[in-house]
Design a protein around this ligand. Structure first.
Ligand SMILES: Nc1ncnc2c1ncn2[C@@H]1O[C@H](COP(=O)(O)OP(=O)(O)O)[C@@H](O)[C@H]1O
Ligand SMILES: [Mg+2]
Length: 384
């Protein structure tokens, strides 16, 4: 039995697949500026943690492996992606071949790593997990490639951050399963080719546009993950609640799902916060009222917006008449770096139709005006 989730060990420690997380050199990127609120002592840290789609410390432990789906059947939503991959798996298996190289892209927390693990388990092969910042030197990637066995899956997270040298080693490796090693200098330069076992590279990125086209072109399958619908997220939290042995009603699950920014990682995290709240207050089953009460405490609004989202929109509305406003200006007003705004905040705000992107900058939509309690510009015009 697993001491964390009380399930048989075979569930949270899958027998197929071995995981090597090569991340010793991984350093999370420092935001370029210290948020103004931290300098001013405004309480904001807690809100960021709860709604951040990035992996938090509590999601790196054993509990995460217990709740991570291990099979296609448990992977909820992303039907188009699953259809494509199920066909690719069946075809590869019937030909007794390896899976094509696959590039998964989309915002953080949507299930890219989970899908790579599921692929390995469905193909009954081993997998290695690493991330681009851990493959800085040529010997890092060479070490990985020469140790692969036939059919193995190598998963490279944040693949848009690969160094040029590592990318160049990958080109012949992906195309012809060959390592080209250059020795000597000048006229005595020699290239030695070493054959590699046939393998599958699964790359994941939040910024597909930042991947060089020679690398992108070497992926046989390029698939986008989309934000989840409320009904899909509520199924995900109901499943997690069952694994955690937390009583959760359907309306409680929907309440959590509505505030989860279309992201399973956030949904599972909000469930854990609500579970703590219900346990401490001895509230028993988590229903809609309990979930709403608990999430209000964490200042998660009914649409899952946090302080930064609201600040971004209110700056555009109040200071720039609804926009267009440049990304740099928004970044300065919210004390966030432009990368975080582009990769984390904007995709969700655009998905729910609160933010628009034009060639001249970002604009707030009528829905954003209404959500924040401002009069939309066309209504103001009508009043004149
Ligand atoms: N389709 C899904 N169904 C159920 N749970 C999911 C799904 N996608 C993601 N999750 C949950 O969300 C968490 C984050 O997923 P992960 O694969 O790490 O995201 P990413 O690699 O895209 O950042 C996982 O631990 C998993 O429990
Ligand atoms: Mg991941």
């Amino acid at each position: 039995m697993c001491t964390v989730c009380h399930l048989p060990k075979s569930f949270c420690n899958p027998t197929v697949g071995t995981m090597a997380i090569i991340s010793s050199k991984y350093q999370p990127q420092e935001p370029s500026k210290k948020p103004q609120e931290q300098q001013e002592g405004i309480k904001r840290v807690q809100i960021d943690n709860v709604l951040s789609p990035q992996t938090g410390s509590e999601e790196q432990g054993k509990l995460e492996n217990c709740i991570r789906p291990q099979k296609f059947i448990d992977y909820i939503g992303q039907e188009d992606l699953k259809d494509v991959l199920e066909i690719a798996i069946k075809a590869a298996r019937s030909r007794k071949d390896v899976l094509d190289h696959l590039l998964l892209y989309g915002p953080p927390g949507l299930g890219k790593t989970t899908m790579a693990m599921i692929l390995a388990s469905e193909m009954e092969v081993n997998y290695q997990i690493t991330s681009a910042p851990a493959l800085e030197r040529p010997r890092d990637i060479i070490g990985l490639l020469v140790n692969l066995k036939w059919g193995d899956i190598i998963f490279i997270d944040e693949i848009h951050r690969l160094s040029r040298m590592t990318e160049e080693i990958l080109y012949p490796a992906m195309e012809d399963y060959r390592l080209d090693i250059t020795t000597g200098k000048g006229s005595s330069t020699r290239v030695r080719s070493i054959p590699l076992a046939k393998f599958t590279l699964v790359g994941a990125t939040t910024k597909v546009g930042a991947i060089n086209s020679p690398l992108r072109d070497r992926f046989g399958l390029v698939q986008k993950l989309r934000f989840y619908e409320v009904n899909e997220l509520s199924k995900i939290v109901l499943r997690t609640a069952q694994l955690l042995k937390s009583p959760l009603s359907e309306d409680g699950a929907i309440e959590i799902a509505r505030r989860s920014r279309g992201t399973p990682r956030i949904a599972n995290r909000l469930l854990r916060r609500v579970r703590d709240y219900a346990e401490v207050k001895l509230l028993g089953e988590i229903n809609q009222d309990v979930a709403a009460e608990a999430l209000q405490l964490f200042q998660v609004d009914p649409c899952g917006l946090d302080w930064t989202d609201r600040r971004m929109l209110s700056v555009i509305i109040e200071q720039f008449n609804g926009g267009p406003v440049g990304l740099e200006t928004i970044a300065a007003a919210t004390s966030e770096d432009t990368q975080t705004i582009e990769e984390v905040y904007e995709p969700y705000l655009m998905q729910i139709g609160y933010l628009g992107r034009t060639s001249r900058g970002r604009i707030a939509t009528t829905a954003a005006y209404q959500h924040l309690g401002f009069k939309p510009p066309n209504e103001q015009m009508l009043l004149l």
